[in-house]
Design a protein around this ligand. Sequence first.
Ligand code: S3P
Length: 178
Amino acid sequence: MFDLTKIKKKNICLIGLMGSGKSIIGKELSKYLDLRFFDSDKAIEDETKKSINSIFQEEGELYFRNLEERICLELLRYENCIISLGGGSIINSKIRESIKKNSYSIYLNVNIKNLLIRVKKSNKRPLLYQNKNNEEILTNLFKDRQKFYEKADFIVNNNNDKYKVINEIKNKLRSYAK
Ligand code: S3P
């Protein structure tokens, strides 16, 4: 198991826009580092027994953001794990404070063109609707969130090969352990 005390943190969290690969990279990385994996959207779906889409549709975005705050703050207290945080969670100042305190944060930076291709197939992104201008929506979300994402402890581009990204993260973490 990767020894997180070497980086003086409880856990590792992955941040970035929807479609940036937080869950895929997080799961792979958790195998390599022998750490448990959690996903805030999945935890919300498990607790409410509803999909992210139905929560947005039936209860509205504010209700979702409150749930997201509580669940993310719970997860961020966990030790020895990797946490994929929903893309919008970074707009919440309590979540940002908790990340700073407990987590080694990794921002997966992906260009909008690639994000658009990746989110096309998903049914858990209620902020992106069919027939709307998803490019414009993603660009605006990025403008609002970029300043927060870029405060991460480590920033890595995830536009191409996921194994390259995993290696970059592994090497970075190993450099602290020396
Ligand atoms: C959202 C991102 C989604 C999900 C919800 C809202 C956002 O998570 O929480 O659709 O505001 O960017 P992912 O980033 O895991 O797709």
